[in-house]
Design a protein. Structure first.
Length: 411
């Protein structure tokens, strides 16, 4: 960590922004339907055998989020704006396309996940609720503000905690769980490689660390780099624990039977030890809450990235804000129309994870280059230990992506 290098940041001087801290907000936004359902699918398919991947994800996520928080504190602006200023429009367009492509696919996935949740609650097909849900979120975002989103995210953390007692009440073989959590072991099959890549893609996706820099921008001048990085690591630690319990709960309730998850109803079985017959309702409420909040973060991150790439469309003037709102509404409209294609929610959730695993290393590399650039970081780039951690994360994601592609091409 760059504690020693954080001396350049002034002591908190501005008025604190109310609501959850940026690290908790970013961590909570990572617990979207894409991630929760992916963990449920992986747990159902592999039991506890990939628990070590979830454990490994914590230092990876912590390194990336700590790097992003340092960039946000040092620059006082979002990552995409820094990339545009430092490397020019062409490189910024590569970053933008990588981010927006995955964001839009994740928007569709999370929108379908949220619609599936409403369908569970209403006892009707999820297809009826795709467009209404997209419209409702668009209206709230265009009428509300950044602080509203931050306050709402607190619900995700509380609802995701339901998986902690679910794991204990499922009575898993704890010795097996602990062994699988610390000893990597898996057959190098295409399905297993895809599962690992999907887990990385859903938890290390670009919108989370882009959002971290945006959050730090709203807190600029309020906290030191050390405080920001500590908060980022804490947020990732909290969400990593929840992810681990989700995998244990689903591995114990679904994986033990060799079950395959295709629908939200099947994934809801992971909560049956806690909620009994009401497990589908509990799962649906948690899925809906996380979907609404993730849709908000994804849409706002997409709008920020576009406006930071094209400064003409950015600004605090009313015209600039109208453009920002149009981008938010437009991205949700595109996701809503794509959701009408009828692709099963779980299928597109996994596709979003794979897409993130393939394209995210591009934006991660740009994040690291910015964080190590003295000009971008006002003379105080991140230190070598943190840079090494971020670099290892990028290498692991890239090598996993290449391995997955290679196995697929080999048939």
């Amino acid at each position: 960590m760059d504690a020693a290098r954080g001396a350049h940041a002034a002591a908190p001087a501005g008025r604190p922004v109310t609501g959850l801290s940026p690290g908790i907000v970013a961590g909570a936004s990572d617990g979207d339907p894409t991630t929760v359902t992916t963990l449920a699918v992986v747990g159902a398919q592999t039991g506890f055998s990939l628990a070590w991947v979830v454990v490994l994800l914590f230092p990876m996520m912590a390194a990336i989020q700590a790097t992003a928080s340092a960039v946000g504190v040092a620059t006082g602006c979002g990552l995409q704006e820094v990339i545009t200023r430092r490397y020019g429009r062409r490189v910024a367009l590569v970053s933008l396309v990588s981010l927006v492509a995955v964001n839009l696919l994740t928007l569709v996935a999370d929108l379908e996940g949220g619609a599936a949740a409403v369908g569970l609650l209403a006892g009707a097909s999820w297809r009826w609720f795709v467009v209404p849900l997209a419209g409702a979120v668009a209206i709230v975002l265009c009428a509300g503000d950044h602080r509203t989103v931050r306050r709402l995210l607190s619900a995700v953390v509380v609802l995701l905690l339901a998986y902690v007692p679910a794991a204990f009440l499922a009575h898993p073989a704890w010795r097996r769980v602990l062994v699988d959590s610390v000893l990597p072991s898996f057959p190098p099959t295409p399905a297993m490689l895809t599962s690992i890549l999907t887990l990385m893609g859903t938890t290390l996706t670009g919108y989370v660390y882009f959002w971290q820099t945006i959050e730090e921008h709203t807190h600029h001048g309020v906290r030191t780099r050390r405080q920001a990085q500590r908060d980022a690591v804490l947020g990732m630690a909290a969400v990593s624990v929840v992810f681990w319990f989700i995998l244990v709960a689903t591995g114990a309730t679904l994986g033990g039977r060799g079950a395959t998850v295709h629908t939200a109803e099947e994934a809801a079985q992971a909560l049956r030890p806690v909620a009994g017959p009401l497990s589908s309702w509990v799962f649906a409420l948690g899925l809906l809450a996380s979907a609404v909040l993730a849709l908000a973060v994804l849409a706002m991150t997409t709008a920020h990235a576009v406006h930071e790439t094209f400064p003409v469309a950015r600004g605090v003037r009313p015209a600039g804000w109208r453009g920002h709102r149009r981008m938010i509404a437009g991205s949700l409209l595109v996701a809503g129309l794509a959701g009408l294609a009828g692709i099963p929610p779980v299928g597109i959730l996994l596709a979003a994870g794979v897409a993130g695993g393939v394209s995210t290393p591009i934006t991660m590399l740009l994040l690291l280059l910015v964080a190590r650039d003295p000009d971008c970081m006002h003379g105080v780039p991140i230190g070598r230990p943190l840079a090494a951690g971020a670099a290892v994360t990028i290498v692991l994601m890239t090598s996993t992506s290449l391995a997955c592609i290679g196995v697929a091409l080999a048939g």
